[in-house]
Design a protein around this ligand. Structure first.
Ligand code: ZN
Length: 427
């Protein structure tokens, strides 16, 4: 097993929510001598310095300043990804008590493939806001880590049509079972007890929370030769991991930056999302002069990294026959004439050239002309900053399922190309 895949599995297992993903990325950046800059403070940024900042605890920007000269001369090599994944979130007043079962009502976050959420050993994690003993408002993260919730399927005997077109009513079919009790549960009390085990503060009362459910099955290498990686949240923690690994290890003498935004799965329109001003505000602080900043954009490039749909052998007709990426056959350039992806021939050709230098094969994806195309933070960031952009990603199966699948070789290959990109003299 490669060291990198072992490390990636640890990253995925820790990153159960966008909050935990950002915490894990911050830990890794701290270890690599990146300095945290609070958005609320004034910043002092030095040549050759390594920095990061966060917003909402769920989005992060990390960057390396050029060793010589200024950013408007060197430009920035940027990689973008997203920290969020479709999931189920606990409602604000979630407690349901029926037939002595304690249940929680859940909300669907993003485009969840719902069927695979049944019969899984689920746990819960997220951010909690509480009052401490002196009445101060504080925030902390919790992760129960143990299996403690489940959505059992209805037996086929009670639904003979289940294998035909099984539809799921998100309001009535998804409340999770937490356990049994004579009395109605108080979910805030459950959270309070958990928070006490995870945080040193004195905790008086839970006021609010953002808690999601996740699968406790650990990420795994699988396949006859361990050629696949299976896990939850591969879309898009894989790209966060690859971008972070490349930024930390790249021989970057010029400016390099990684942005990982929350809320991509729900349209990116939020204070911490790609359609919000986080990245542009960071860049305004690095280069306050407007004319210099525009010059910097003109010398910069963004690679938006988000997974692509591999061609599924059982459903081959869902792809254009000439544009069906194969898992483990290399990263995929995503192209859409209608700008659902931001790639153009200039950015795509640079990527092809870099990949060739490190002997990485490249594939291309175009959606079938009779089907609608997905999108990424690529076009949003390109439009927001006016910077040339490329959309790429590793091919995967089962996107937005609770268990997704990608190829081990592709992950190593794309990281190599991103490292080379971060080290470029000019783009
Ligand atoms: Zn994605």
């Amino acid at each position: 097993m490669s060291e990198m895949i072992a490390d990636l599995k640890a990253f995925l297992a820790e990153s159960t929510t966008p909050f935990h993903a950002v915490q894990e990325m911050a830990n890794r950046l701290n270890k690599a001598d990146f300095q945290f800059l609070d958005e609320a403070d004034s910043w002092e940024v030095k040549q050759g310095g390594r920095y990061y900042t966060t917003r909402n605890d769920s989005s992060i920007v990390a960057w390396v300043m050029p060793e010589k000269g200024t950013l408007d001369e060197s430009g920035l090599r940027m990689v973008g990804a997203h920290t969020d994944s479709p999931c189920l979130k606990v409602k604000p007043q979630p407690d349901i008590h029926r037939h002595n079962y304690c249940q929680l009502g859940v909300e669907v976050y993003g485009g969840v493939l719902l069927n695979p959420w049944f019969d899984r050993d689920l746990s819960m994690a997220g951010r909690v806001s509480f009052l401490d003993a002196s009445g101060d408002l504080k925030h902390g993260l919790v992760d129960f880590k143990k299996p403690m919730a489940i959505i059992p399927s209805l037996a086929i005997h009670l639904d003979r049509e289940a294998n035909k077109n099984r539809t799921i009513n998100a309001q009535t079919d998804l409340p999770v079972i937490l356990g049994q009790s004579e009395e109605k549960l108080d979910f805030r009390q459950v959270l309070l007890e958990q928070l006490k085990t995870e945080c040193d503060e004195s905790i008086d009362e839970i006021l609010d929370y953002e808690i999601s459910l996740y699968d406790t099955q650990a990420p795994a290498e699988m396949g006859m030769n361990g050629e696949f990686l299976t896990s939850a949240r591969l879309d898009n923690l894989l790209s966060c991991y690859m971008g972070l690994d490349a930024l930390i290890t790249a021989e970057s003498k010029q400016g390099a930056l990684l942005v990982c935004n929350d809320h991509e799965e729900v349209g990116s329109m939020s204070a911490a999302g790609a359609q919000g001003p986080m990245l542009s505000q960071v860049l305004e602080r690095l280069i306050p002069d407007n004319e210099k900043r525009v010059r910097m954009y003109a010398r910069s490039m963004m690679i938006s990294a988000d997974n692509a749909h591999g061609i599924h052998p059982n459903y081959s007709d869902k792809h254009d026959a000439n544009h069906g990426p194969i898992i483990n056959a290399g990263p995929v350039i995503k192209i859409n004439a209608n700008q659902r992806y931001a790639s153009n021939s200039e950015t795509a050709s640079l990527f092809r050239k870099l990949a060739r230098e490190v002997e990485v094969p490249v594939q291309a994806f175009v959606v079938r002309s009779d089907m609608a195309c997905g999108s990424t933070i690529g076009p949003i960031t390109a439009a927001e900053l006016g910077v040339k952009t490329l959309d790429i990603g590793v091919p995967q199966f089962a996107m937005h399922s609770i268990r997704e699948m990608a190829g081990v070789k592709d992950i190593e290959a794309l990281t190599k190309v991103l490292s080379l990109f971060f080290g470029l003299q000019s783009v």
